[in-house]
Design a protein around this ligand. Structure first.
Ligand SMILES: NC(=O)c1ccc[n+]([C@@H]2O[C@H](COP(=O)([O-])OP(=O)(O)OC[C@H]3O[C@@H](n4cnc5c(N)ncnc54)[C@H](OP(=O)(O)O)[C@@H]3O)[C@@H](O)[C@H]2O)c1
Length: 512
């Protein structure tokens, strides 16, 4: 159970993009979840802001329609603290009006204010300028009772240069400790548990390095295609920018980072940024060998025929955007040198799952599983020449979606006279063990932002290092002799050619 959000004397959560999809589907249900869990103090008021005109009552009704039934009671308890103000937040005059509106609420401008930018990314700088010029972001220090914080949604920039520009713009008006850049993956229990698993238990850490780990595999597989109404936005970004640059590199950083000195936000983020800076920036020829970009063609998902990406409504003709990426990433540091990090993300794959697999090295000598009838000397010879491999590696699987689970695979002797080893598993499932479902990521992140804990948010230098690597891969794809984008049928495991990324190491893509 977390602490209740209690700030003195009161808190205003101001959501820009009040009528948007994210607010309706995630933010308001997350706040209702906090209310239901007893984490939302009655001194927190929620003010939705967007351009369309409506009354508080209309806005409350609109939100009520999209609240899941199990949160309806909690929503009813908090709805009198939800307000609506119509304004175009890029227009200075209207921002001035917003300031007056907020100042006229209980507590005046002595309250703490959290501005949540749930707006199109191209508006972020404009809104910050408007708020900054109206003096709405100033506060003496992070502990001041009338604190000011800003949550920024993803994507943060389109490349390193635009992300730097946005960071510069933010730093014109805000100190770094006032900025909360969201990556909602960090709000997931299993993702936070990566640090707990590694640094609270002593059995894993001694093995967590190049001496014992053959490879690390991270998959974010989606069975859905491009979402309705989002094709234009998606096509400008593609799978690399949409998922790999942010969520997947964050997962990689958590798996690969050194132990922090404390759990303070900066200690953790310092460790993550070291890993992101150690990502080997590939040149065009590395990119050609170590990456596959692909796009789904027509196929079948869950027994239903689906169209290909190029035929989706809103995808521009002649699009060259990838919906699938597979990468073999090198981390150039002492711990990980020579260990491939295999990353894969795709839309319209056979099923939805997100997982991290830590694959340990196989034993140096294989004693078990001699095929029936094969002599010991033939067995030894075949193992040596590599035509037979009878050892299964131990694999630690951290499952993030749809189940939240940890599984350790190992071999056990099959009962009987022969020395035959069979793969077995030890499993831990979050929901079954704790008899409750984990809180949604946005619930945790909103609570942290309201309480002023930035640990699960991204710092400017993390974003910068992630973009440096991402930009290099994308530049490699644009090189004159870069391999062309390939296709994979919707509902498949992705293109077969991605299997070649495993050349030289023992492994294959997980089927989830
Ligand atoms: N939706 C998701 O699942 C999701 C997931 C991850 C990240 N995100 C990020 O979250 C942000 C919001 O996404 P969304 O899907 O909610 O967008 P959306 O549905 O298009 O909503 C945008 C909102 O912004 C308001 N708005 C637009 N221009 C405005 C202005 N000048 N002043 C004030 N309000 C303005 C719109 O209302 P009016 O037209 O009435 O002004 C609307 O409420 C984006 O950065 C997106 O990348 C969304």
């Amino acid at each position: 159970m977390y602490d209740m959000v209690t700030t003195t004397p009161a808190t205003q959560l101001i959501i820009f993009g009040a009528s948007g999809d994210l607010t309706r589907r995630k933010l308001i249900p997350a706040l209702a979840g906090l209310q239901a869990a007893g984490n939302l103090d009655s001194s927190v008021s929620i003010i939705g802001v967007s351009r369309s005109k409506k009354s508080d009552e209309q806005y409350r009704e609109e939100l009520a329609n999209s609240i899941p039934s199990e949160l309806r009671d909690a929503y009813d308890k908090m709805k009198d603290r939800i307000f609506y103000h119509a304004a175009d937040v890029t227009v200075p005059e209207q921002v001035k009006g917003l300031r007056e509106y907020l100042d006229n609420k209980a507590g005046g401008d002595e309250v703490g204010r959290l501005f949540y930018l749930s707006l199109k990314p191209e508006l972020f700088s404009k809104v910050l300028k408007a708020l900054g010029n109206e003096d709405m972001l100033k506060t003496s220090n992070a502990l001041s009772p009338h604190w000011r914080r800003v949550v920024v949604e993803k994507p943060f920039g389109h490349d390193r240069e635009s992300a730097r520009k946005l960071n510069d713009c933010m730093h014109d008006y805000l100190r770094e400790d006032q900025i909360y850049r969201i990556d909602h993956y960090l709000g997931k229990e299993t993702v936070q548990n990566i640090l707990g698993l590694r640094f609270h238990n002593t059995i894993f850490e001694p093995l967590w390095n190049r001496h014992h780990i053959e490879l690390v595999q991270i998959t974010v597989a989606e069975s859905i295609g491009v979402e309705k109404g989002r094709a234009g936005f998606y096509d400008e970004n593609g799978a690399m920018r949409d998922v790999v640059q942010n969520h997947m590199l964050q997962l990689l950083a958590l798996v690969a980072m050194e132990a922090p000195t404390t759990l303070d936000a900066d200690d953790i983020r310092n460790r993550k940024v070291e890993v992101l800076r150690a990502l080997h920036c590939p040149d065009a020829s590395d990119v050609a060998k170590q990456s596959v970009r692909a796009r789904y063609s027509a196929g079948e998902v869950d027994g239903e025929a689906v169209i290909g990406y190029l035929d989706e409504e809103g995808v521009p003709e002649g699009s060259d955007t990838e919906t699938y990426v597979a990468l073999r990433v090198d981390v150039d540091n002492w711990r990980w040198s020579g260990v491939p990090f295999m990353l894969r993300h795709g839309k319209r794959m056979s099923k939805k799952f997100t997982e991290i697999k830590i694959q340990f090295r196989t034993p140096p000598v294989q004693l078990f599983n001699r095929p029936d009838g094969m002599s010991e000397s033939d067995f030894r010879r075949k193992l040596k020449e590599g035509s037979l491999c009878q050892a299964r590696p131990n694999v630690l699987t951290i499952r993030i979606q749809p189940e939240e689970e940890l599984t350790l695979s190992f071999g056990v002797k099959t009962p009987g006279a022969d020395m035959i080893m069979t793969p077995a598993k030890l499993s831990f499932n979050y929901d079954n063990f704790f008899h409750s479902e984990s809180a949604p990521a946005y619930q945790r992140l909103l609570l942290d932002a309201l309480q002023g804990d930035p640990t699960l948010f991204l710092r400017a230098d993390e974003i910068d290092a992630s973009w440096l690597y991402t930009d290099e891969v994308i530049a490699g794809w644009k090189a004159a002799d870069a391999p062309a984008i390939v296709e994979y049928p919707a509902g498949s495991q992705g293109p077969d050619i991605a299997d070649e990324l495993f050349t030289g190491c023992e492994g294959c893509w997980s089927r989830g």
